[in-house]
Every structure is written in C-alpha cells, then in structure tokens.
Design a protein around this ligand. Structure first.
Ligand code: ATP
Ligand code: MG
Length: 392
C-alpha cells in the first residue's frame, strides 16, 4: 500500500505575494532535512505540500523529521489509490480502519480537482460514508461534530484517502532562512538553547558563539555545548559554531577589576566579542538566554549595563519575561533539557564574585572596566576563535 505525506502550513499562507517564496523555502528545507533516498518528490499544490516517499522508505522516520521543520503546522499520511471508485470504496475503508477505531463518529469531505471524474463531490462523500460504515460497524455519521473527518481527494493522476485523526502537529513558526541570520550566545545551560529555538522558530537562521575557559572548564563541557548545538541543528539545519577561548580574558578581569563588577565586565566583553563575530558572519542580531531577575547579572539594571556594550546590533532576549519552569518545559519539549542538566562547569560559574551588585551604575562599571584594555582582549578573543560546523 503506497502512502503520501501531506503538509499544511499556517502563517506562510498569510504572506500574500511572498507566499510562493516561503513555500519554496519550506520545500528546500524539507529536501535538506530528509535522507536523499527516502523520497521521490516534494511538491506543492493549492496550499498543500506533498512528500512522496520512495518505495520501501520509512514513513515514520520521514514524519519524525518533518515534525521538526519550522513552518509546518501539521502532517497527514494518506493512502494513494487509483482513480477508480470501486477500488477506492473497497480499499479506502480498509486503509482507514485502524484510525477509525479511535473515534465513534465521522463525516466525509470529498474534493475533486479533476472535474471529469464520473462522481461529483457529494456523491463521493455519500458512497465513501456508506463504505466506511460497512467496514467499521461501531461508527456513526455526525456532520455537526464529527470525531474525525475522512477526506477523499481526487487529483489529476490518483486519489488520496486519509482521516484527520491520523495527522500529527509540526512545530509551526516560519521556514528557516525566511528571516535573516542571528548569532546565539550558547552556553551549556538550560536557557540559551531555548532562546535559540524560539528565534529559529521565527525563521531566523542561526549561528552560535560559545566561550570556554580551559583548564577551568573541561573538554566534556565543550562536548556538551556541541551536543546542544546538534539538537538545535535538528530543527534549523547545519550552522557555524564559534568557540572562543576566554581564560586569559577572565583572569585579566579578575586580577585587575573591582570584584563587585567582575561578572558585568565579563558579560560586556562577551557581548563585544559576539558582536564582532556576528558582523563577520553577516548576522543581523545577537540572541541570549537572559531572563529578567533570574540572577544578579540579569536584573533590569544589570541588563542595561550589559546591553550598552553592544553598539550596532539588536539583542534579542526571547526569555526575558518567562519563568524558569516555563523555560524548562520548552527545553523538555525540544529535547535539550537532559543534555543541559549534565553537571559540567560553565565558564561563568568559574569566576563568580561573592558580592555582585544587583543595581550597577553604568558610569561606575565603565570606570572598573577601564582597568583593563578591553579592545586588546576583545581582539585577541576574536583572533583565537575556532570554528566548528554543527550538523543535526
Ligand atoms: P544559560 O542557562 O543559558 O546558561 P544562565 O541563566 O545560566 O543562562 P548566565 O550564565 O548569566 O545565565 O548567562 C546568560 C546568557 O549569556 C546565556 O543565556 C547565554 O546566552 C550567554 N552565555 C552565558 N555563558 C556563556 C558561554 N559560556 N558562552 C556563550 N554564551 C554564554
Ligand atoms: Mg549559564
């Protein structure tokens, strides 16, 4: 029994004249996300995209991959039949039977794009309704509030039969690449992968920056960040991760600046390095996992001081108004949580001051910062950055 996969999208449809650009982007992303030998074609017709699996392909695996592609709202598998009403009425209800076990009531909606097909839509619906009732005897028809809708689509060359109950949700959002590129400051924590996911869902192509501090942070900590990056790449496709050695910078700050401002100066330096790397890679914004009030460096005063270090790019903080448990529930849903809680040290936790200020004043922080040559240390970090390609 051959099956085809139907994909529906939401917001893309609203984009008026841009719609076909969005659809083509989505189709390109789908082709990139599926193994090359798993599909015969990916094509669009009347606001639906169709993936035709190759003979013998693992349809469940294809659907699992599609469920991670931004822009897809739901995915339905449909049986493919010849355009012969006898065959459709005989084999269609058989194909649907396992799904129809899940409901008590249904109705049929038929569509034909081939107007020469000898049955019109009401006749197809009527005949199919009768055939489904004969095959699955527990069912009743309920036109007002059906448990599921059985759909019969008569196309140019073949007919598709499926039930809405068999469809699964995609992640929604907009296709990757439809909204420019941004640079995610990716730590090994719970928050930043979620922040990256949220912007990626809006169509933003990612790249990422990670600061590490050997030997204070181990290779395992670096591996963990790369693994988080890979999980995100399952949604976005491959992207660049810049790994910035940051030990000397942190030591210079620790040894020369007043203790109460250590974290803020370090965070300002991180933002400056990230902005340089972002510009080099044609990124249009920075993304962080900061959430208002979560720690001393994320009070409204501290965020203001950190933000001032970024000169030209907007900084997106999609978690700013979220509680930790809300962030955790997204982390679980997208599959980053279990990796994020692995117990490896982060470079920020290595040099934590005992008494950070929670109401820093920019002028005073700048004074503390003037004890070191920021420009020198930022340039050095950028020069020593390594590049890794992250693939899902
Ligand atoms: P996370 O859970 O994302 O680590 P956090 O609550 O631990 O965040 P901080 O450690 O203050 O908070 O970091 C705030 C944000 O700064 C992070 O969400 C991330 O975007 C960025 N950041 C922190 N540490 C690093 C790092 N080592 N490399 C890159 N970005 C970092
Ligand atoms: Mg952290």
């Amino acid at each position: 029994m051959r099956e085809i996969i139907l994909i529906k999208y939401g917001e893309i449809i609203l984009k008026g004249l841009n719609r076909s650009r969005f659809e083509d982007l989505l189709i390109g992303n789908i082709k990139k996300a599926l193994p090359k030998d798993s599909f015969k074609s990916v094509r669009k017709s009347q606001a639906i995209t169709y993936v035709e699996p190759d003979d013998g392909a693992d349809v469940d695996d294809i659907i699992a991959r599609l469920q991670k592609i931004f822009g897809i709202v739901f995915i339905a598998r449909a049986g493919v039949f010849p355009k012969d009403m006898d065959v459709i009425l005989k084999e269609g209800p058989e194909y649907l039977a396992p799904y129809m076990e899940l409901v008590d009531t249904f109705k049929v909606e038929a569509k034909r794009s081939d107007k020469k097909f000898p049955f019109d839509s009401p006749a197809i619906s009527r005949e199919m309704g009768g055939a489904v009732l004969r095959r699955s005897r527990h069912l009743k028809v309920n036109v007002a509030e059906p448990g599921t809708i059985v759909r019969v689509e008569i196309r140019e060359n073949e007919a598709y039969v499926y039930a809405d109950i068999a469809r699964v949700a995609g992640p929604g959002g907009m296709p990757t690449g439809s909204n420019g590129r941004a640079t995610l400051l990716l730590s090994g924590g719970i928050d930043s992968p979620v922040a990256g996911y949220m912007l990626a869902k809006r169509g933003v192509e990612l790249n990422a920056v990670h600061f590490f501090s050997p030997p204070y942070t181990s290779d395992l900590a670096k591996e963990k960040v790369i693994e988080l990056g890979r999980i995100l790449a399952g949604y976005t496709g491959k992207y660049s991760l810049y790994i910035v050695p940051f030990t000397e910078q942190q030591l210079a700050i620790r040894d020369n600046c007043p203790e109460e401002h250590l974290t803020l100066i370090m965070r300002r330096m991180m933002m400056m390095v990230a902005e340089r790397l972002a510009k080099k890679s044609k990124s249009l914004a920075l993304i962080t996992g900061e959430s208002l009030g979560q720690v001393a460096s994320q009070t409204i005063h501290a965020l203001g001081v950190t933000n001032e270090a970024v000169k030209d790019l907007p900084v997106f903080r999609p978690l700013v108004g979220m509680d930790k448990d809300e962030i955790v529930s997204v982390a679980r849903k997208i599959g980053t949580f279990e990796t994020s809680i692995l117990p490896y040290e982060d470079c920020c936790t290595v040099f934590v001051p005992k008494h950070p200020t929670t109401k820093p004043v920019l002028g005073k922080v700048l004074q503390s910062q003037s004890k070191i040559d920021m420009e020198y240390w930022v340039n050095k970090a950028v020069d020593e950055t390594e590049w890794v390609l992250i693939e899902g």
